[in-house]
Write a protein that binds this ligand. Structure first.
Ligand code: PLP
Length: 382
């Protein structure tokens, strides 16, 4: 068993060849746009990254510059950066205890506190759903724009805008890619964007496949280091975010992943259910495990003190889970100093210290999930 949370987690050998040799046509791009227009009921703009979709949506709103955008206080730096790129200010809503998202009560309180909030971004962290119906109603009452960030999930029936990410380790993983779906007809005007085609993305599935296969004999780590030194490994947090669209070959991979979405979700649900029913319940959140049937289960969260110890224990069994969503209220942790965060979210701070994500992707079998659960219980009892 050689299992990774990230590092090309979603790819098999067939995907490696597809990413290397798919050409894609203009028709693939148009077909994907038409598919997304229908699926999400709006106008689709295909982009190179999900974060660009957030930035463009905010720019389209043409808001006064003192406006604030309320976001989950447990999120990705890419979300924060999109807001500042649009010239606006991020305000944080802490997550509910035992949950990974903020609640309707927390949103109401925040709106009272900060009358400059003109936009709310909700995300269903790791796929576990926020209370979108109630949150949408509150936004409507208060004349606030709602953005549904579906980087971890599916859905998208309530927002004025829907954001999709097709980047590394996401549910629909085409190495890179994103989309903005404009559902509110007031905002359908957009400018032309240039095309992005990354040669590094083409090779990312191949390189990570080789690294993963040779990791346990020590070679993978060396190959990874060399590729990093020469900057040949595509990075999820590459901060070159000039808005641009994706080349057609990505669109063909994205559409195929959507065609396979039901299988993908079924698999993740099964794996999450194995973790939930086998790992010691004191390290789980019952609110989260109850939501497995309604979640995409992108990753399965457990909560442990002394997390690094468990990471190292699992590493000795060739299970690599050190990539954590999220290791800080605005993650990755190393970007925190670049944000305006000032300890507004104590629940998120606590969770970010103790959360560990278990993989649910296609390269984890039901037997693997069982084995991982047993190993974790063994570690808990040490
Ligand atoms: C909640 C959330 N939204 C947006 C993004 C950005 O997606 P992308 O990497 O496609 O820009 C991420 C990144 O992981 C994320 O976690």
């Amino acid at each position: 068993m050689n299992i990774f949370n990230s590092l090309g987690s979603n790819y098999n050998l067939s995907f490696v060849f597809k990413s290397l040799f798919t050409i894609g046509t203009k028709q693939d791009k148009t077909a994907l746009e038409t598919f997304l227009n229908e699926k999400y009921g709006g106008k689709t703009i295909l982009l190179y990254k999900g974060r660009q979709a957030i930035e463009i949506a905010l720019k389209l709103l043409n808001l006064p510059k003192e406006s604030s955008v309320a976001i989950n206080g447990f999120t990705c730096f890419a979300v924060y950066q999109a807001i500042t790129n649009a010239g606006l200010t991020a305000d944080y809503i802490d997550i509910e205890k035992g949950d990974l998202n903020f609640s309707s009560d927390q949103l109401k309180k925040k709106i009272k506190e900060n009358p400059n909030i003109k936009v709310v971004i909700i995300q269903n962290t790791l796929g576990y759903p926020a209370d979108v119906k109630d949150l949408a109603a509150i936004c409507k009452e208060n004349n606030i724009i709602l953005i549904e960030d579906l980087a971890h999930s599916v859905g998208g029936k309530f927002g004025d805008f829907v954001i999709l990410s097709f980047s590394q380790d996401k549910l629909i993983d085409a190495i890179s890619g994103g989309a903005l779906i404009i559902r509110n007809k007031k905002y359908t005007k957009t400018d032309v964007i240039t095309q992005k085609d990354s040669i590094k993305d083409r090779f990312y599935p191949l390189f990570t496949f080789i690294i993963r296969k040779t990791y346990s004999i020590g070679l993978g780590k060396i190959i990874q280091k060399i590729l990093k030194i020469f900057d040949l490994l595509s990075k999820p947090m590459d901060n070159n975010t000039e808005p641009n669209t994706v080349a057609p070959w990505y669109c063909s991979l994205i559409k195929e992943a959507f065609d396979n979405l039901d299988n993908n979700l079924d698999h993740r649900k099964k794996i999450a259910a194995i973790y939930a029913s086998n790992i010691d319940p004191k390290n789980l959140s019952s609110k989260i495990t109850k939501n497995i049937p309604n979640s995409t289960n992108l990753r399965f969260p457990i909560f442990v003190e002394n997390r690094i110890n468990l990471i190292n224990f699992l590493k000795r069994q060739n299970i690599f889970v050190s990539d954590i969503w999220y290791d800080a209220p605005i993650a990755p942790k190393k970007y925190m100093p670049q944000t305006n965060y000032t300890n507004q979210c104590p629940n998120a701070e606590k969770v970010s210290e103790i959360i560990l994500n278990l993989p649910t992707h296609r390269n984890v079998s039901e037997q693997d999930a069982m084995k991982i659960s047993q190993l974790i219980n063994q570690w808990i009892q040490l």
